[in-house]
Design a protein around this ligand. Structure first.
Ligand code: MLT
Length: 268
């Protein structure tokens, strides 16, 4: 069922279904809640699953100024609205940046933290320059051509060849739920985010790392360099998988998430 809460005076929406321990799945850039559709359909049989559209995406209105921290506050407001005191937060890429900001501010509410193709490290100077170029490209040519040129850094080469309809679906979903203004706001928010490796070094709950070896958005060296930081980590590394492992190997993702959430509950 869809629910809408007041997020700083704007509508903030999330999908929720299932019963039991709470799990929140946070989408990344150029995505909405539906990127987690396979995981939602699987996990709802075991857990209470909550899947927001981040502010500026789909049913959730953009809030300004938008930051990774303001999106973490939106996640907190969902917990308040749902009277949830313990949650496992799973974030894909930008959703992982949001989950880390939440973990920094509300560690006592966490049961586990999952980073799918994400990193606690900040943008390098080179990455920031790339984002500035992307913002110019979005403003000049619009979202569709920007999303299309992004595909090689999102999906592994073999998957792009074999799964053309799924790739087209990904583009159409990104165009339906995103806006130019929102995409630029996300890029600015990501550029401004601080280093959160200290969060991983001090976190008290298990951390899941899901890493595709062909990920070009969060390259494997970056992703791997952080897996040693938490006290307890569950690390999953996939050959021939890019940035979109949650779609590329969704069945494996479902099982990994199911086991991780059960493990976090056991450890808490
Ligand atoms: C995402 O998938 O959310 C973005 O690619 C993350 C990023 O650009 O850092």
């Amino acid at each position: 069922m869809w629910k809408t809460i007041n997020n700083g005076g704007r509508d903030g929406a999330y999908w929720t279904e299932g019963e039991g321990k709470a799990v929140i799945l946070i989408h990344g850039f150029a995505e909405d809640h539906s990127v987690w559709e396979h995981q939602t359909a699987f996990l709802r049989n075991h857990y209470r699953v909550l899947v927001p559209d981040l502010p500026g995406t789909g049913r959730s209105q953009l809030t300004t100024p938008l930051s990774i921290e303001s999106m973490a506050e939106f996640i907190y407001e969902i917990l308040v609205a749902e009277a949830i005191s313990q949650v496992t937060l799973i974030g894909h890429s930008m959703g992982g940046y949001v989950a880390l900001a939440f973990a920094e501010k509300y560690p006592h509410l966490l049961e586990g933290l999952g980073l799918f193709s994400s990193t606690a490290k900040p943008d390098s100077e080179e990455k920031k320059e790339g984002r500035q170029k992307s913002i110019r490209m979005i403003s000049q040519y619009g979202l569709e051509s920007f999303f299309r040129q992004m595909l090689p850094s999102m999906f592994a080469a073999d998957f792009r060849t074999r799964q053309a309809p799924m790739i087209e679906n990904y583009i159409q979903q990104a165009l339906t739920s995103g806006t130019t203004e929102g995409a630029i706001a996300y890029y600015e928010a990501m550029m401004a985010r601080p280093d959160r490796t200290e969060v991983l070094k001090t976190i008290k709950v298990p951390v899941l790392f899901f890493i595709g070896k062909e990920d070009q958005a969060v390259p494997v060296d970056n992703a791997l360099s952080q897996v040693i930081m938490p006290a307890v980590a569950s690390i999953h590394l996939f050959d021939q998988v890019g940035h979109m492992g949650l779609l590329e190997v969704y069945e494996e993702s479902n099982l990994i998430l199911h086991h991780f959430v059960a493990f976090c509950q056991h450890s808490s």
